[in-house]
Design a protein around this ligand. Sequence first.
Ligand code: BGC
Ligand code: NOJ
Length: 828
Amino acid sequence: MKFGFFDDAKKEYVINSPKTPYPWINYLGNQGFFSLISNTAGGYCFYKDARLRRITRYRYNNVPIDMGGRYFYINDNGTIWNPGWAPVKTELDEYECRHGMGYTVITGKKNGLKAEVTFFVPQNYDGEVQQVVLTNESNEAKSFSIFSIAEWCLWDAQDDCTNFQRNFSTGRVEIEGSTIYHVTEYRDRRNHYAFYTVNDEIDGYDTDRDSFLGSIYNGWDNPETVKADKPSNSFADGWSPVASHYKKVTLAPGESKTLIYILGYAENPQDKKFAAEKPANLLTRETWVLNKEKAYAMIEKYNTPEKVAAGLAELRSTWEDLLSIFNVNTPDDKVNRMVNIWNQYQCMVTFNLSRSASYFESGIGRGMGFRDSNQDILGFVHQIPERARERLIDIASTQLSDGGCYHQYQPLTKKGNADIGGDFSDDPLWMILSVAAYIKETGDWGILDANVPFDDDPNGKHTMLEHLNVSFYHIVNNLGPHGLPLAMRADWNDCINLSCFSDTPGESFQTYTNPKFKAEGGYSKIAESAFVAALFTYTGPAFVGILEHLGKKDEAAKAQAEIDKMKKNVMESAFDGDWFIRAYDANGEKMGSKECEEGKIFIEPQGFAVMSEIGKDQGADIKTLNSIDKYLNCEFGLVLNNPAFTKYYVQYGEISTYPGGYKENAGIFTHNNAWIICAEAYAGRGDKAFEYYSKIAPAFTEETSDIHKTEPYVYGQMIGGKDAKNFGQGKNSWLTGTAAWNMVAISQYILGVQPVFDGLKVDPSIPHEWDGFTAVRKFRGATFNITVKNPAHVCKGVKTMTVDGKAVEGCVIPVCNGGTHEVEIVMG
Ligand code: BGC
Ligand code: NOJ
């Protein structure tokens, strides 16, 4: 069952029922100011950091779900409704929500009145613009009123939802004309404020939540002021501040009126915090006056429909440009809309926000993840390489000089989060991959010389190359008894906690280490990760390639020897006959082996081991891929492990706490499905690669949205696995490494358009039925129009390649300085 459709020409997903199986959201904002907005206008906004600069309040885990956001209420002679249906939930005559690239348009119609609301955050602007177009489509004049509402969060989202004894007494506002300013804590230690304005005279307002709702027993679905059609002109004072505008409107038949609301954020320099004078119309109870210059300028920027149209046009053209860097035309529409529109869009969102703020991530718990943000770059780097570069330097600066690193950092402070710390064994490796991806995309070898400090030597002079070096040797220097990397606190799978042995409720699997390992330095020196071993052999060659390019032959040979040794160790100690084991636990027992009672096979090490060609000469790659198909493949994707754990294994940790089929315990964890898609494509099995791709790519789940539940235009972290009662149900949509990795899987492995150090490789691994495909790829200043022909209907194999009619040896398009070039590839 579907709840909408793709409008590919407009690059929109059009939702035609407000009652989607879960709130289907979009992200507004690309630089500093961000909003989450659901198809019923739920959500919230923040500046840069969803925890430390939360602007509007949102209640997670609420019932009914998704109550809270920015809403417009219309009171049309006693009929009260919202353009997006919620929160009043009056049945609408018509409803539509269009989620587009950085904007959302929600339209509701009731009793001949149409309200179309366009929400967007303009480029380089710290505010959300909401344009409301009201049209009287009836044959009679209509008089009605419109109320807006935004509820202010008291800046620090964590504090906001815990520290009530203080927060219930701190609220402060100022009101000037049609603008309501939120200035809680401004006088004291903050220099930022927020405002909510409308570009017209208003007929009343509210700034105190209880007054707006009329009773503390009312919810957003029945505010008393809206029912009474009478605002209370309340002034919030030390108590829950909100911002609501009241406006009476009369429209002749066919007439329209446009109102532009802006919800903005601004910061003042310390010495310019206060205004010298108090304007006559200012409502305040303070003795000081906020300096509103920045707000005035922001309001001026978008206070007419023409200016709004220009802002929207700028946003659209930004996205047109971004999406013109890589696009394809394959025989499959669903692939085209994923690659050309939605997957790239999601990669921008994950790049911006890592795992911080979604409908499943509260914005409080996690800032930017080290491993997460590094992987996000893989899917994003071609869009805005300069931003990727800046991010790489930020991330690397949270690394320690021994190669270890903080697992997360706050985007506002750019400092590592001490409460979670480090010692996640895989973290450093992802940086080798992301820096290499950046160089392959741009040819900017200069990044290796960039001055990047270490967290424990903030003033020292260090280069990015040094960071890569310590990353590589952090693995080599921390091996266990079988010569495999120590698992440390966890590897990519945060839920395999081999040094935790937790038996007490409340201990965090992510931060708790059993005291028995304290003396050993915080984690077991026995537990080893075969996954990190395989990731090492997969990423290591990029490091070697970099050293070779720099002419550091001896260092390259030394690193290569470590990779070769690791491969040998894996074959000797971690190949289980038909697949690779997952780990050795702290007791020295195999995890993810035939010998185990449950969890005999895990997905994570397999793909990287296959792509590193570990044991290929003994057929290990094909045996492994076949085992995955046999044990992990199911209707909706590949499960993470099998059989699912049915007991708690204290030596494994969190993974065995989930009911079978969910999350890391045999859920379909889409992130690592991508690694298998890559591996199948790498091995030349394009049909299998595509089968797995089409099981999880969101556009392919659209028809079963009633089962899948989450948005059919973006990946979620997880889909209920075959052991789950809710088999096929998606969860944790939007902020997942799946976005980047499936972008890599489809574009670089299946379609095979892959930047390499010395050019652009094109080596597809496609379904054999395809006659071919075309692609446009802008790469290092040139544009390549690529035509791939598949007359022999093979899955893989480049027979000939020509660039501008000239034959090229192999399948790498050499770097061309500018120009447009025709590339033709014949498979066979
Ligand atoms: C989740 C993981 C997540 C980790 C860190 C765990 O509870 O299952 O998916 O990465 O927490 O937040
Ligand atoms: C989600 C986390 O963001 C990611 O870092 C981790 O790799 C996966 N969970 C798997 O546990």
